[in-house]
Design a protein around this ligand. Structure first.
Ligand code: NOJ
Length: 585
């Protein structure tokens, strides 16, 4: 291990070396049988989480909410959704994490609130309410026939337009997401101060160690609200991200958030608090660096989503669930791009392939058939564990949870985005504008819907996988008797045991794994993903077979085998879905 002082390229900081474990509260553990996961449930599983070897917990929104978008529609930042528990429960959870040497971060969802938030209720109550300007209100336009039209033709994230008519005050309000998620107006100073106080300071004062910052690059809009060019003639709403993403004042707002709030807080052990931003629609490294350069004092790191977009239509255009096949070299180029963009800079990167907004990685990038799912889970664990940046794991990934079965009907899908895309696809197909869209979107949802990652955590072989003694809000996976934590805890050869091992190795070799430089080898090979990591005199070679057939092992140049995802290796062949790391000190 290279001594602290000799890490020259990237300054050592706790959040770079930490592995974060994301918890989706609705689906983790239900303690009272109402079918919803809850905070006491999470508390009861602290020993399990700590046993993984992760360093920090990220809890997805547990704030009070009508749950149209699973808590990303907040009606009160300072209260907890009652089925999840109370503020005191969250305080206990913060303390329990800290006692177990784990930091704890919350989601910061401040691009929008729920339409049930008091701020919005006041704002919509009259045109001269003091909070009217805390959201975006605009008068209607009218076409040549006198028909009322929204202020712009922008398409929203979850299908449909971005403006909803309010009968009471006879104006439209803006929402980039669902109509129940009105966008906050960051141009308004009082509104920003209220966000800082209610959504940030309230929880920082209760001891959290930072935030995952939702939709962080959408706070600043082009406030002249121009129409977007028509790129989809079949629709009356058009992709318009250029007017609401990475807008003119975005860096000013994020810097202010850092200076006025975040810079004034420390973690429970006296270090700077952390931020990881959700940064969509920013394909260029320089665009990302503008947010994560340490000198900029904005965010510590961000999630860049090229990896989870593999196979999806272009982001922001309404074709997300129109699946197109992809080949391994595409994934490799994406990984290479976001591994190397920090070379020679003061920025930082993240490593992840699952979260609550995506299908499961085994089903997306490996193979979830019974004979391959464990092998591909371990290969993926190995392939990502050696990458530079901060590693984020999503609940259930560590036991190899897979997508919902193909046979499940669309009725089992609960996500607002899935439902809206499905409704739109049915309408477009039936009108004849795009007759095959329905089948295509059905297939896309089977593979990539956000629902897959939201299935209840599979704890054991009890009914509903031990998640709840009641009827779960979302159906438990049919395979919980075969894929569950309890069985895997007793099995040294399980996916769970392998993740724990990779987490240990990542710490032991943090110099080369977390801080090393990344070099892609054999870029065009469609079967194996091979890369080298270098840190001073130390080198690691990672080779992963992404296919169901044996593949030649690349030259290992006398390096020592550190780990294989198989218990027995063969001399010059990578077995199906085998991953290996060789090391040279
Ligand atoms: C991103 C979150 O990850 C997603 O779940 C949510 O629907 C949107 N932001 C809107 O808040």
């Amino acid at each position: 291990m290279v001594p602290y002082a000799e890490y020259t390229a990237h300054k050592r900081v706790w959040w770079k070396e930490a592995t974060f474990y994301q918890i989706y509260p609705a689906s983790f553990k239900d303690s009272n049988g109402d079918g919803w996961g809850d905070i006491p449930g999470v508390l009861s599983k602290i020993p399990y989480i700590a046993s993984l070897g992760v360093d920090a917990v990220w809890l997805s929104p547990m704030f009070d909410s009508p749950q149209i978008d699973m808590g990303y529609d907040i009606s009160n930042y300072e209260a907890v959704y009652p089925p999840y528990g109370t503020v005191a429960d969250v305080e206990n959870l913060i303390e329990a994490c800290h006692k177990n040497d784990m930091k704890f971060i919350l989601d910061l969802v401040v691009n929008h609130t729920s339409d049930q938030h008091d701020w919005f209720k006041e704002s919509r109550s009259s045109k001269n309410n003091p909070k009217r300007d805390w959201y975006f209100w605009k008068p209607a336009r009218y076409d040549d026939h006198g028909n009322r039209m929204p202020p712009t033709n922008w398409r929203s994230y979850f299908a449909g337009g971005t403006w909803t008519w309010d009968e009471h005050t006879e104006e439209y309000y803006l929402h980039l997401y669902d109509e129940t998620q009105p966008d906050l107006n960051w141009e308004n100073d009082d509104c920003r101060r209220a966000i800082y106080s209610s959504a940030m300071q309230f929880w920082l004062d209760r001891g959290i160690d930072g935030f995952r910052v939702d939709t962080v690059n959408k706070y600043s809009k082009v406030v002249q609200f121009p129409d977007a060019p028509v790129t989809d003639p079949t629709s009356d709403v058009q992709p318009a991200a250029q007017f609401w993403c990475n807008g003119p004042r975005i860096h000013e707002f994020i810097k202010e958030m850092h200076t006025e709030v975040l810079s004034k807080y420390r973690t429970y052990d006296g270090q700077p608090v952390v931020t990881v931003g959700e940064l969509s629609l920013t394909p260029e490294p320089q665009g990302v660096l503008n947010y994560v350069s340490a000198a900029a004092k904005e965010l510590n790191m961000i999630f860049q989503f090229d990896i989870t977009h593999l196979g999806q239509g272009p982001p922001g255009c309404g074709s997300k669930y129109d699946f197109t096949d992809w080949k391994l070299p595409e994934m490799k180029r994406i990984v290479e791009k976001w591994q190397t963009f920090i070379d020679g800079t003061d920025g930082w990167t993240t490593v992840f392939n699952e979260n609550h907004d995506n299908g499961r990685s085994i089903s997306r990038f490996g193979n979830d058939r019974p004979e391959w799912r464990e092998k591909s889970a371990m290969m993926l664990a190995l392939c990502f564990a050696a990458q530079t940046g901060t590693w984020f794991l999503y609940q259930g990934q560590e036991i190899g949870m897979v997508n919902a079965p193909m046979e499940w009907s669309i009725e089992e899908y609960k996500d607002v985005e899935s439902k809206n895309y499905w409704r739109e696809a049915v309408a477009v197909s039936e009108e004849g504008a795009d007759p095959t869209r329905k089948e295509r979107i059905a297939q896309g949802l089977q593979l990539m819907a956000r629902d897959h990652s939201r299935l209840p955590f599979q704890w054991n072989t009890d009914s509903n996988g031990g998640f709840s003694s009641g009827k779960p809000w979302m159906r438990a996976h049919d395979l919980y008797t075969e894929i569950n934590a309890e069985t895997q805890e007793k099995d040294g050869g399980s996916v769970l045991s392998f993740y724990k091992r990779m987490l240990r190795l990542r710490k032991e070799h943090s110099d080369v794994f977390i801080y090393g430089t990344f070099e892609l080898l054999d870029a065009e090979n469609v079967s194996t993903f091979v890369y080298r990591k270098n840190f001073q005199d130390k080198t690691a070679l990672v080779a992963a077979n992404f296919t169901t057939s044996p593949q030649p092992l690349p030259p290992t140049d006398g390096m020592e085998l550190l780990v294989s995802s198989y218990s027995k290796t063969t001399p010059s062949t990578l077995q199906p879905f085998e991953g290996r790391i060789y090391i040279d000190y």
